[in-house]
Design a protein around this ligand. Structure first.
Ligand SMILES: O=C(O)CCC(=O)c1ccccc1C(=O)O
Ligand SMILES: [Mg+2]
Length: 368
């Protein structure tokens, strides 16, 4: 692939509902949309999952814009690209900045699939025709409001519910949910809100038969998680701590988790996501696809990676209408009875809606 130009767009979209976790509340979403056009006139698309503030992860929209413009895009434009897997080597001189790298690499993957006449799922080696979908339910104003959300989610057919927790919004609310919904597959996500001092509170959650507890301890920790996992019956799933296949290898070796949440942006792209998937498969560690409140293009990438066979647990990949009044792709991502049917068209299989993209664009830059 010979790259003609890269277009960066900074978009802002209003979320239908505010989303609250142990680290803060989001009411809208700023993100960078990447379009990479080849000399043959085909465009590949991807979103960066870096947000305006470094609450979940240290990169932001502004740091991504800078790293892409000043370092990563010049490396992309330097010479033709044979395969998306080659980008890790191309970007090696830039440390970290996984979300910036993932967004560029994702657009190259979409372009690669389109130029080779196949879907992104197929290009990645995906095997599933439909994927199972769960829902992530943020911290609510009251237990009553939470139970209402859970009920709606169960009625809509989501394959599991994920409940955001933090100290003081944990045991009681999970107990209330279990009382009304004794059998619904349920997990909890703490976004690093606890420490090893809280071991008794975390151990108490074992009684709720959670499919997993996600990232209870430090956002960069794998040592304390291994100590905690030895004490809990509930499987630990790591999210924030895993940025690469090497991180996953070490976490599995230490027994820090029994499940891994793969987010394409957090691990530096689809090629690295595939590596983590393969490594986990060899070690009988199930994986699932996390979410970052993506708009349609990022969501389509999540759908594609989830078609790999070791994504055996439902992902945080609810449909477009759960987040947006109008999404930037057509058709929108739709969930039917807890499943998304994987599109068979070229690349991500959903077409970017340029009129809407333009409406949500605050700033735009073309590099060639
Ligand atoms: O996209 C979704 O619906 C999942 C939302 C979610 O849980 C989340 C959203 C933003 C940042 C971190 C997380 C997380 O998984 O921890
Ligand atoms: Mg998480």
């Amino acid at each position: 692939m010979e790259i003609k130009r890269v277009v960066l767009r900074h978009l802002k979209m209003d979320l239908l509902n505010p989303f609250t976790t142990s680290v803060g509340t989001e009411v809208d979403k700023d993100f960078i949309l990447v379009e990479i056009e080849s000399k043959s006139g085909v465009s590949g698309w991807a979103e960066s999952v870096a947000s305006l503030t470094p609450l979940y992860h240290d990169e932001t929209v502004q740091t991504n814009w800078h790293m892409m413009t000043d370092f990563l895009i010049p490396l992309l434009l330097r010479e033709p690209i044979h395969h998306p897997d080659d980008l890790a080597e191309r970007f090696r001189s830039v440390r970290g900045n996984v979300m910036a790298k993932a967004a560029l690499e994702g657009a190259i993957w979409d372009l690669y699939a389109r130029e080779n006449g196949m879907s992104l799922s197929k290009a990645l080696g995906g095997t599933k025709e439909k994927i199972e979908v769960g829902i992530s339910i943020g911290i609510q104003e009251s237990e009553k409001a939470l139970l209402q959300k859970v009920e709606e989610s169960v009625e809509k057919g989501f394959k599991r519910i994920k409940i955001k927790i933090k100290p003081g919004w944990d045991y009681n609310i999970l107990r209330a949910i279990r009382k009304e919904f004794p059998d619904v597959p349920m997990m909890a996500d703490a976004n690093s809100a606890y420490t090893l001092q809280d071991i008794d509170q975390l151990k108490a959650l074992d009684e709720f038969n959670l499919t997993m507890i996600e990232q209870p301890l430090g956002n960069d920790d794998i040592i304390d998680h291994s100590l905690l996992q030895a004490k809990l019956n509930t499987p630990i799933c790591l999210d924030e701590s895993i940025h690469s296949a090497e991180d996953a290898r070490k976490a599995i070796h230490l027994g820090s988790c029994k499940i891994i949440n793969i987010k394409i942006g957090r691990v530096g792209g689809l090629s690295e996501a595939k590596k983590i998937h393969d490594l986990c498969q060899q070690h009988d560690v199930p994986v699932w696809c996390g979410g970052m409140l993506e708009a349609g293009i990022g969501r389509a990438h999540n759908v594609a990676i989830t078609t790999l066979p070791n994504f055996t647990l439902p992902g945080d990949t609810a449909g477009s209408s759960h987040y947006w009044s109008q999404d930037i792709i057509s058709p929108e991502v739709e969930v039917q009875d807890g499943y998304i049917y994987v599109p068979k068209g070229l690349g991500i299989g959903y077409e970017p809606n340029l009129a809407l993209i333009n409406r949500f664009t605050l700033n735009r830059s073309t590099l060639e």
